[in-house]
Each structure stands twice: as C-alpha cells, then as structure tokens.
Ligand binder design. Structure first.
Ligand code: AMP
Length: 216
C-alpha cells in the first residue's frame, strides 16, 4: 500500500482515519504524539521534559522526535505501508524526513490534508475521552461516539480518561502552532505534486475519499 502522510489540525480526524485504515488494509500507524506520550511516562528527566512540553501544547524538540521516529521506522511492520499521523509538523521536519527515507529506502507516498471546521475541532478536543485499557476514543460533547457512562468504556469496561493536553487553553496553542508551523507544509507538498485534500467532518466520507486516492 502507498505510504500516507496526514496533515491536519489537532483533532481533525487523523487518529480515526488511521485506525480505519489499519483495520481494513493492515497499515502500520505511526503517531509521533503516541510515541511521545509513551516516552513521557518514563520516570527520567527526559520523560519529565517531554511530559511538560506535551502538557503545554508545545512542539517537542526535533532531536527527540527524530530519535523516536527513526527507531519506529526500522521495525518490519511498516513494509506493507505506513501512515504518519502528526509528522512532519514543520518544514524543517519535512526536509529532514526526506533524508531519512532516502537512507532507509522508503517511499514518500501521498500527503493528505484533512479539512475540518474550527468549531468541530474544539468540541472534539474539549469533549474527548479515551479508554486506558483498549484506547477506544469517545466524545462527551459532539453527540458522536458518546460513551454510555462518561467514566467507563462501552467496549471493554476500562476506565476513561482525558489527555492532559485536551483542554481549551492547550487546544488554542496547538491550533495556533498548526497555523503557523504546519500549514505551510501544504504549499510545500503541493509544489511537489503529492498533495490531496479530503473532508474530515464525517468518518465514512473520509474513508471513501482516501480509498479513491489509494486505488488510483
Ligand atoms: P498529537 O497526538 O498529534 O495531537 O500530538 C500531541 C502533541 O505531541 C503535540 O501537541 C506536540 O506537543 C507533540 N508532537 C506530536 N508530533 C510532533 C512532532 N512531529 N513534532 C513535535 N512535537 C510533536
């Protein structure tokens, strides 16, 4: 399968689309946010440093991000195709990534931008809760995927929790960072001719639109 880079504002639907593609096409899902959240749990000064940057909604330094990413890209499960969710976030990262794929002999694939309205993003972030046990994602504000009980996972009975950066203040910082640092990547990939847009408002529609690109 073609490798996919997803570019989108926070909570635009990158995680949801990725999990549908993992289920249907066996893609490897590489979320730099997930890699960083995992690293932030380590009881070391580096873990603590990452944890603080995540909490404030700031971008984590490139050195840390690249170390985690290169390690992940060396695993065998990416051979069938992988989705980059949340990376690259800046032009510098996009340029460095090209060196990495050349070194590891990987293909760039397609770059997909998810278009989602600001108000939808905010509700998705502020209302988002996740299951500690199985990772299922719910929302208590949007009316889509509302858990029956706001503390318990419908699927496995695990405890639901909020990400430390899923609050309105951190959302604003993350959204501004997206506009300032990540959005310019759209022009960069457009000029390279590998860019496509899909609508991130509706789950099924998103899948249909990306499938057209994958089978093209
Ligand atoms: P996400 O799960 O993609 O919403 O990312 C959550 C947080 O992880 C972001 O707000 C950043 O603090 C950090 N992060 C994720 N990906 C990157 C990246 N490529 N570069 C720097 N920081 C990142």
């Amino acid at each position: 399968m073609k490798n996919i880079i997803l570019i989108a504002a926070p909570a635009a639907g990158k995680g949801t689309l990725s999990s549908m593609l993992v289920d249907k096409y066996n893609y490897a899902h590489i979320s730099t946010g997930d890699l960083l959240r995992e690293a932030s749990l380590e009881k070391t000064s580096l873990g603590e440093k990452i944890s603080n940057m995540l909490k404030n909604g700031e971008l984590v330094t490139d050195e840390i991000v690249f170390e985690l990413l290169e390690k992940r890209l060396s695993k065998n499960d990416i051979k069938n195709g992988y989705i980059l969710d949340g990376f690259p976030r800046t032009l510098e990262q996009a340029l460095e990534y090209e060196k990495i794929i050349e070194k590891l002999k990987l293909e760039l694939g397609i770059v997909v931008v998810l278009n989602t309205e600001y108000e939808t993003l905010k509700k998705r972030i502020v209302g988002r809760v996740l299951c500690k046990k199985c990772g299922a994602v719910y929302n208590t504000l949007t009316g889509v995927n509302t858990p029956k009980n706001e503390h318990i996972c419908d699927k496995c009975g695990g405890e639901l929790y909020k990400r430390s950066d899923d609050n309105e203040e951190s959302f604003k910082t993350r959204y501004e960072t997206y506009l300032e640092k990540t959005k310019p990547l759209i022009k960069y990939y457009e000029d390279k001719g590998s860019l496509f847009f899909i609508n991130g408002e509706d789950k099924e529609q998103m899948l249909k639109e990306i499938e057209v690109l994958l089978h093209d």
